[in-house]
Design a protein around this ligand. Structure first.
Ligand SMILES: [Zn+2]
Ligand SMILES: [Zn+2]
Ligand SMILES: [Zn+2]
Length: 244
């Protein structure tokens, strides 16, 4: 299995590991050009965040969040791109405080705190989705802060890891094609098609391989809001769109 994984810059498409991507984003000319074009009426502070899966470095994101927004906006983004399976409770653990959110509305701690009240580089903290058993935990770091104009969404994606190719954990010869649901406690959850047939695993116990640290957990079967792979802005440019 891979231990770390490259990903792409949203602005120019260049690939780096997560260790170098923060430095690239600070220097990326395409990103500087986008920032120079910000035309919002009001000023706005922005934090850059690095988010990595716990235990490996396969899954990672760089985001930019608007400083005046409340913590639930970041929670919603993480649910949308990486986490949401069936509406579990989530929590940020920041210093000695826990901010929780339950989609059914029982806990709304995150909605009462603005990110600028608690974020400051180089703060690091944790996020746990589903604290009831099949949890997924990720680590977050506040990388930097900048001031600009208020424009766009409360949370923006700056860079994301490429979908990792995971080797079948049984034969160790072919790429895995599915994950046995983690709650079954299977010792080798990532399997190729041949090993799935050989071990006679029920198809209802299989989950798709997704570009998320929640792969194989609970009923997670991918994001409904984001493609698996980040599409850089350069690939959306009009001169690269093919016309039939
Ligand atoms: Zn770039
Ligand atoms: Zn679930
Ligand atoms: Zn296999």
């Amino acid at each position: 299995m891979l231990l770390k994984n490259k990903g792409k810059c949203k602005f120019c498409g260049v690939e780096f590991t997560s260790q170098y991507m923060g430095r690239h984003l600070a220097a990326c000319q395409n990103r500087k050009d986008r920032i120079a074009e910000e035309r919002g009426e009001a000023p706005c502070g922005y934090y850059m965040l690095r988010i990595t899966g716990t235990g490996d470095r396969l899954y990672w994101l760089f985001l930019e969040v608007q400083a005046h927004q409340t913590l639930d906006k970041l929670d919603q983004f993480l649910r949308d791109i990486w986490m949401e399976c069936c509406g579990h409770t989530s929590q940020f653990i920041i210093g000695d405080k826990i901010y929780r959110r339950d989609p059914t509305g029982h806990f709304t701690d995150m909605e009462s705190v603005r990110m600028r009240e608690i974020f400051k580089p180089p703060l690091t903290f944790r996020y746990i989705y589903d604290d009831s058993g099949d949890s997924t935990e990720v680590q977050l770091a506040v990388v930097s802060y900048r001031e600009g104009r208020l424009t766009g969404d409360p949370v923006k994606l700056l860079a994301r890891n490429n979908t990792p190719e995971i080797l079948c954990e049984h034969c160790k010869a072919a790429p895995a094609t599915a994950a046995v649901a983690k709650y079954l406690g299977f010792p080798e959850p990532f399997l190729c098609g041949a090993c799935i047939r050989e071990q006679d695993i029920n198809k209802y116990d299989l989950l798709p391989l997704c570009n998320s640290p929640r792969v194989g957990v609970c009923g997670y079967s991918g994001s409904r809001h984001f493609p698996e792979e980040l599409v850089p802005d350069t690939e959306w440019a009009p001169d690269t769109v093919s016309v039939r």
